[in-house]
Write a protein that binds this ligand. Structure first.
Ligand code: AGP
Length: 601
């Protein structure tokens, strides 16, 4: 996730900017940069790679700059990690740093190019620098206000102009915090960066734009009216602050899912056309000609692939094979097959090897990944980035739900190109998709209820997760989460398969999580396990009249279409395993024997 910092005060800005940028390192980054006001001009230093290396360059240049500057750590979303794509971006005497996604950047880029602006990066952010420059006639605040009117998407932005006595900051759907020091104002994406300097912070609200001077901040709301800034005293320590006040990164990342899903969707859907915009590197004719899809993935990403199996068949009329990458041995990929690699890191050795092998059979290939410029992107014809920021906890959470959303977007695109889905059907799916972040938020609000249930069964020696259809892969994912962070042997099973063997394992000591938000058939499976004495924790749709009669505990989830219900159930099972592991006092973010990215076969 990108990080922004800025400083206006009585000290030289450079060392403070580098220090605060390092304090945002935990968010993950691939490049960094600063812009400093110096003798009536702006000095920019930026590069791909480590902040510490850039700081050495700064020092070797004699630490230029005065008491005003902006800085950035970049986590690539548009354009690969490189010196050119690193922020700040400049236009004349304007320099900007930006966090977020400018959804209409292609339109703006075209317009600005026609006006004579020359672009030096592939980023969405650079349009902002030129737009502000276009409007700048000596009043930086006015220029930023006018420029932002044209911007669709999310942003936290800090803007510097060589001739302006103040900085301008603005935010919409991306965090930005101001810190009040005695003789300086600090700006950052997150509180931890500010803590060594001040514990008095002002959180900017959506739509606000601020003029930042060394001795004061003037915040204007959406209507341009001044807002009396409320100063909040931070009482957390730096470690807790890095986790945003959450006890673990995993819990933080679970809570980031509404935002992560919004980012995955951003700029990609058109409700009017009933279609999805994705750069797949394939024409509609080619998509029409497809006969199959072969999905290759590991672990949690494999579960995402399993969800795609039923979805692609229904929405795009395409049969799907889902292969565990390490078991992709002598499989022959048939002609007219689309290969799809799913890997959040983009670096999983088994997935890369299997993809390479599969590609020798020809055919088009795509990847779904979270990491721009990762190895998988080099192997395939097109990439769908999930854009959910780096995930630090070893257990995949937000990257998984964003993969599910990317798969849904892809299914709709394939379905529309193949005329298997009408615009109206697609529109209905897309309208519901836009509601998904809000629905996920409502599941997160059930955390206390889920925590109590998790703690009650934390001593279990075995867990079962059962589901059907779209919820079967989620039952596998629930069991994987319980295994990897709570170390409880867990089985994920298709509800209908229980009676074919695993029922022998069910006793009164086996809690069974039934994913029961779609269809009634699962209720007969609940009865089967209840009859063997098992306690059943049912995830059910709000207002389900029957479920309480058969389950021991019911966690009610919002009503939605079955495919989105899979995302809601995922969030609930993530919380269940998190609170179980937490009760057991386990090292949740770094479970034993596991690595975040498995780069060996
Ligand atoms: C999930 O919680 C695990 N960390 C693991 O199963 C992971 O999904 C798997 O190693 C695949 O990783 P990838 O998505 O980066 O390829």
């Amino acid at each position: 996730m990108c990080g922004i910092v800025a400083y206006v005060g009585d000290l030289v800005a450079g060392p403070i900017l580098f220090d605060t940028l390092k304090r945002l390192e935990y968010r993950g980054y691939d490049s960094a940069g600063v812009a400093l006001k110096s003798e009536g001009a702006i000095v920019v230093l930026k590069s791909a790679g480590r902040i510490a290396d850039l700081e050495k360059v700064y020092q070797s240049r004699g630490c230029p700059g005065e008491g005003m500057g902006i800085g950035h750590t970049r986590w690539a979303t548009h354009g690969r990690p490189s010196d050119r794509n690193a922020h700040p971006h400049t236009s004349g005497e304007i320099a900007i740093v930006h966090n977020g996604i400018i959804e209409n950047y292609l339109d703006l880029r075209e317009l600005l190019t026609e006006m004579g602006y020359v672009f030096s990066s592939e980023t969405d952010s650079e349009v902002l620098a030129h737009l502000i420059h276009f409007y700048f006639k000596g009043d930086l605040y006015a220029a930023v206000c006018r420029a932002l009117v044209h911007v669709e998407g999310s942003y936290a932005v800090a803007v510097l102009a060589a001739s302006s006595p103040y900085l301008v900051c603005a935010r919409k759907d991306s965090p930005l915090v101001l810190g009040k020091g005695k003789t300086a104002i600090y700006v950052a994406s997150d509180v931890p960066a500010l803590l060594p300097y001040t514990k008095d912070v002002i959180r900017m609200k959506d739509g606000e734009i601020a003029r930042v001077f060394a001795d004061r901040v003037e915040i204007m709301d959406r209507e341009g009216q001044p807002r009396l800034a409320q100063v909040e005293r931070i009482t957390w320590d730096a470690d807790a602050a890095e986790k945003g006040g959450y006890t673990h990164f995993m819990l933080k990342e679970i809570h980031e899912q509404p935002r992560a899903i919004r980012e995955t969707i951003a700029g990609r859907i058109s409700e009017i056309d009933g279609d999805v915009r994705l750069k797949l590197g394939m024409s509609d004719e080619e998509i029409k000609g497809l006969e199959r899809v072969t999905i290759i993935a590991c672990g949690t990403s494999y579960h995402a692939g399993m969800l795609a199996k039923n979805l692609f068949a229904r929405v795009a009329g395409l049969p799907v094979d889902v292969e565990v990458a390490s078991e992709f041995l002598n499989i022959q990929v048939r002609p007219r097959t689309l290969l799809l690699g799913i890997t959040q890191s983009g670096e999983t050795a088994d997935t890369l090897l299997a993809l390479k092998k599969a590609k020798t059979c020809g055919g088009r290939s795509l990847a779904i990944t979270n990491v721009v410029g990762s190895t998988v992107t080099e192997l395939v014809d097109g990439t769908i980035y999930t854009r959910c920021g780096p995930e630090i906890g070893v257990a995949a959470t937000k990257t998984f739900t964003s993969q599910l959303v990317a798969i849904i977007l892809l299914a709709i695109r394939l379905g529309r190109a193949r005329a298997h889905l009408t615009p109206d059907q697609a529109r209905k799916m897309l309208i519901e998709l836009t509601k998904l972040p809000g629905l996920v938020q409502r599941v997160l609000e059930k955390r206390e209820e889920i925590r109590k249930i998790a703690e009650r069964y934390a001593g279990a020696s075995c867990y079962f997760f059962i589901g059907r259809d779209y919820l079967y892969p989620i039952s596998l994912e629930g069991a994987l989460k319980m295994k990897e962070i709570a170390y409880i042997p867990s089985e994920g099973y298709a509800g209908g398969e229980l009676k074919h063997g695993p029922l022998a394992l069910i006793t009164e000591k086996t809690p069974v999580v039934a994913l029961a938000t779609c269809g009634k058939k699962i209720q007969s499976n609940i009865k089967e396990v209840r009859a063997r004495g098992a306690e059943v924790i049912a995830l059910a749709t709000e207002g389900d009249p029957d479920i309480a009669k058969v389950a021991s505990h019911v966690i009610e989830l919002p009503q939605t279409q079955p495919i989105y219900s899979a995302v809601l159930c995922t969030v609930a099972v993530q919380l269940l395993s998190y609170y179980t592991a937490n009760k057991l006092g386990l090292p949740i973010d770094k479970p034993r024997n596991l690595a975040k990215c498995v780069t060996v076969e």
